[in-house]
Design a protein around this ligand. Structure first.
Ligand code: G3I
Length: 379
């Protein structure tokens, strides 16, 4: 009898502590599973983050609770890892990898070759002229080898080349890498990556490649890689989508085109922007212009919340059709940490993710959870 009373008391304390802990984290929900729970084994649920976000214990606990996959938002880019030639600085990226390992999360590396956030010396001389091909190739090879060997066995897959395709031009973006090396810089980057870690998955990552205007360029690139004997494991469709644009069918067709090639498809940087877009909107706007472009400073009105939720639902309904999609990564954790607060206009109050600035789930979160659950039931 005494034993039973003790057991009941212990159970009570355990349940109480779990409830208090969850309440402290501010994430407890009696009815809703977490994102990673709802996705189960069907696909990874990822987020991008910056290493300093892990210094906030509540945020760190929230990230580990909701997601099972991490991508560093900036810490694995060339300027973060090798801003000065030959001087590798892994500390901030290591911190994210250690956190992922401590919480049983999968790590994705982003990115080994990109025209942004890359030091000039990689592909240019001191006069900003392209380096000779062999010198540029050796810089690229050494960067890729050193980084991938450092993370061997700890990073599941890499965005080897990011945004190598041109939006308006006929094919490749005319980056410093292309100017120095030539059109085969993407092939070379994949070859170096395969040599450096034969077990890592290698992805080509870009935005809008699911869209009609850019998809043919991506398909051409993937074919050229294949013809060159380069094995690409998957394609990363970034997924920086807008609330208003009605292109669900186009997105569906885009995913299908890549899946039909026998490639894994990752949706790598998801957010849905509910703010008005204006081409060329710089930071030097008048107060009135800024007011019109920043309409939800006090919060997202209910009707827009619903619209955002339905947009997320429609996107996830498409995503769940494809077993080739093995990961969805959101670009940021909560609305407060989204890059879209500063793009294309700096200092706006944006609301593109599933949780608000206080980690409260939005209707979009419920829509995503419901879609994930319905799809797992249907299987
Ligand atoms: O670290 C400096 C800080 O010292 C300085 O005070 C501050 C002033 O602006 O800038 C800080 O650097 C910023 C950095 O993010 C870290 O916050 C840069 O200005 C800012 O440009 C940089 O933005 C990053 C952007 O890539 C750069 O292109 C975003 O965080 C990052 O989320 C974004 O991610 C990209 C993906 O890599 C590729 N796909 C598109 C996506 C969104 O642009």
């Amino acid at each position: 009898m005494m034993k039973r009373v003790c057991l009941a008391a212990v159970l009570f304390v355990v349940v109480l502590s779990a409830t208090v802990l969850a309440a402290e984290k501010g994430t407890a929900s009696a009815t809703m599973p977490t994102l990673r729970q709802a996705a189960g084994n069907r696909m990874l649920m990822g987020a991008s983050l910056m290493s300093h976000e892990l210094d906030d214990a509540r945020r760190a606990a929230f990230i580990a609770e909701q997601f099972n996959c991490l991508t560093p938002g900036n810490e694995m880019k060339p300027d973060a890892l090798q801003n000065v030639k030959g001087k590798f600085t892994f500390e901030r990226a290591d911190k994210i990898v250690a956190f992922a390992e401590a919480h049983g999360m999968t790590m994705i590396g982003h990115t080994l070759c990109w025209h942004n956030q890359a030091p000039a010396w990689l592909f240019m001389d001191e006069n900003k002229k392209p380096l000779p091909r062999e010198v540029a190739l050796e810089n690229l090879r050494n960067h890729i080898h050193t980084v991938m060997e450092h993370y061997k066995g700890r990073v599941k897959g890499w965005d080897v080349v990011n945004e190598g395709l041109d939006d308006s031009g006929p094919y490749l973006r005319d980056t410093p890498a292309r100017k120095a090396i030539g059109d085969d810089f993407i092939i070379k980057a994949f070859q170096f990556a395969r040599e450096a870690d034969p077990d890592a998955e290698l992805y080509y990552n870009d935005y809008n490649i699911e869209a009609n205007y850019k998809r043919p360029k991506a398909l051409r690139l993937l074919k050229e890689l294949k013809d060159a004997g380069v094995k690409v494991d998957g394609v990363g469709i970034q997924g920086h989508w807008l609330i208003d644009n009605g292109n669900i069918k186009e997105i569906d067709e885009g995913i299908k085109a890549f899946a039909d090639l026998g490639l894994k498809v990752m949706i790598t940087e998801v957010d849905v922007d509910p703010l008005p877009r204006r081409q060329g909107a710089g930071a030097d706007l008048s107060a009135t212009q800024r007011e019109g472009l920043d309409p939800y400073k006090a919060g997202l009105p209910d009707d827009v919340q619903q619209k955002l939720a339905e947009r997320y639902r429609a996107l996830f309904q498409v995503i769940m059709k494809y077993p080739q999609i093995q990961r969805v990564t959101f670009w940021g954790v909560d609305d407060g940490s989204s890059w879209l607060n500063d793009f294309p206009v700096r200092g706006r109050t944006n609301h593109p993710l599933l949780w608000d600035r206080n980690f409260q789930p939005k209707p979009a979160f419920r829509a995503v959870i419901e879609t994930l659950q319905q799809s797992s039931v249907a299987k």
